[in-house]
Design a protein around this ligand. Structure first.
Ligand code: SAM
Ligand code: SF4
Ligand code: F3S
Length: 469
């Protein structure tokens, strides 16, 4: 049986799900390392194997159940503690305790920040004490108490690499779209204070030693950033556009500021005008539409109609002509008829999104839509999804081809995996670009001319390199 060895503080961390989970994992790794933990080369070398989990779809949970099965067999050969963190710990606490007794610790979203404390607490149990003899399944039951909601602590200081960072600005969701589990596993919306957001951005742009790079791309995170609202001490409310206006003048260096996700019902004209006016705000808006049929949009509880969404798109495109619009589409919601489905395809043709994330509906127990059953047969869902993906591929490709010959600014992200002589970069609209260049320029902006399209990646030629550093 596994046992905590305080002299072997090594961890293996796997992250599933959304950017919020990635941000939190970054924060946890930072915390672990601050307390002397080091990343293991493989799960077999780790003292703690940690899975930061997602419950949004069954496919996500199935993958994690698969990993739990794998780690069960690994545990027979290697000694490590298995820790389940996050959304699945919230949703399936009892099931995990009953069906996966080899999970040693369960930690929910509101206790994630206590991970190090939880891992190290066992040091306090002297060897041979009654606590030390507890079977691990029972330990898991004890730790499961930790899932009780406490105060959520925002993840801090996570760099994707040295020059890109996620900054959570709000947590939770009050929208309760009828298909979605997120409000149940993340709780009600909480907005983070502008002061702590700004302090973090200052930190991210002030490297503490010469080997570190200042952050050049910041993505503000929330399930619905447009409903960001912070009540300051004077009782005044800070809205999302007001928060952006506070952040923008504080950015040092040339920086791209992005945000995820925007709910169409709360997207204001004020925000759209701000994006048009401010070069630091990326002209890329991820605006999940989910569906094209009013009947289904209503049943989903999205609180907008097809025509309101289309009006919003028209306003965005008129105000920000170069904007890149991406979306989420959810097919197979209960009761979706052929006619409803046709309306999705029509909407896609009308809007011509730059790209779309497409999903097949999965009933989630506890949500309102769960009570409606799951009446679109799996084969029909698959066929509809195929049509949506095919159509979006054509639209994406057509849109990309029209960009050939354009000169655009890109942020260099790394060396191309296919050719070490080439660099991989991204445009503000999220297009991938490769061109010849030296790795010294990673983390810098550069202007390139888009020359040809290879698959979904542009080949480009560098034009003028900005002297920013
Ligand atoms: N807050 C974002 C919004 O309002 O669009 C979405 C966050 S959710 C983590 C990401 C996407 O997962 C959603 O846009 C939706 O398309 C998809 N999704 C949510 N619940 C789902 C379910 N039960 N089955 C399949 N896909 C789902
Ligand atoms: Fe889920 Fe809707 Fe909240 Fe997005 S806005 S997280 S889809 S409930
Ligand atoms: Fe998944 Fe939880 Fe994010 S359910 S999508 S990891 S909020």
């Amino acid at each position: 049986m596994s046992k905590h060895n305080p002299n072997r503080k090594t961890y293996w961390l796997e992250t599933y799900g959304c950017q919020m989970n990635k941000a939190e994992s970054g924060f946890l790794e930072h915390e672990l390392q601050q307390h002397g933990w080091i990343a293991a080369q493989s799960p077999a070398d780790a003292e703690a194997v940690i899975l930061n989990t997602c419950s949004v779809r069954k496919t996500a949970e199935d993958r994690i159940w698969g990993r739990l099965g794998f780690f069960k067999s690994q545990k027979k050969k290697h000694s490590f503690r298995l820790v389940l963190l996050g959304c699945m710990s919230e949703r399936l606490k009892e099931e995990v305790l009953n069906e996966a007794p080899h999970v040693d610790l369960l930690v929910g979203n509101f206790q994630k920040h206590r991970l190090v404390d939880v891992l190290e607490r066992e040091d306090e149990v002297p060897a041979g004490s009654p606590g030390d003899e507890l079977p691990f399944a029972r330990r898991a039951r004890q730790e499961a108490q930790l899932v009780d909601p406490g105060e959520y602590r925002f993840a801090e200081r996570h760099s994707l690499s040295g020059f890109q960072a996620f900054v959570p600005i709000m947590h939770g969701c009050n929208n309760f779209c009828t298909y979605c589990i997120v409000p149940y596993v993340r709780g009600s919306e909480v907005s983070r204070s502008p002061e702590t957001i700004l302090a973090e951005i200052h930190r991210l742009q002030s490297p503490s030693d010469l080997s570190e790079q200042a952050v050049r791309e910041i993505t503000l995170l929330g399930q619905n950033v447009n409903s960001y609202r912070y009540r300051d001490q004077g009782g005044a409310t800070v809205s999302f556009p007001a928060l952006l206006r506070t952040i923008l003048p504080e950015l040092r260096y040339r920086t791209w500021l992005r945000f995820l996700t925007s709910h169409p019902k709360d997207m204001s004209g004020e925000l759209i005008e701000l994006i048009a006016a401010e070069p630091a705000l990326c002209r890329h808006i991820h605006l999940p539409v989910q569906h094209g049929s009013d009947r289904i949009l209503e049943a989903m509880g999205r609180k907008y109609t097809r025509s309101r969404y289309l009006d919003l798109v028209e306003l965005i495109r008129k105000t920000i002509p170069e904007v890149s619009l991406t979306t989420d589409i959810l097919i197979g919601f209960p009761g979706e008829s052929e006619e409803d489905f046709r309306l999705i395809l029509e909407l896609m043709e009308q809007v011509r999104f730059e790209d779309a994330f497409t999903y097949r509906y999965n009933p989630r127990e506890g949500t309102k839509a769960f009570e409606l059953g799951d009446d679109v047969p799996e084969a029909v869902k698959q066929e509809r999804l195929r049509q949506v993906i095919d159509l979006q591929r054509q639209i994406t490709r057509y849109g990309k081809k029209r960009k050939i010959g354009k000169v655009v600014e890109v942020l260099i992200e790394g060396v191309s995996k296919k050719n070490p002589e080439e660099l991989l970069a991204r445009t503000e609209g999220d297009d991938m670009v490769v061109f010849p260049g030296s790795p010294q320029r990673i983390g810098r902006f550069i202007r390139v001319r888009l020359d040809t399209l290879q698959g979904s990646t542009f080949r480009a030629v560098p034009i003028v390199e900005e002297g920013s550093s």
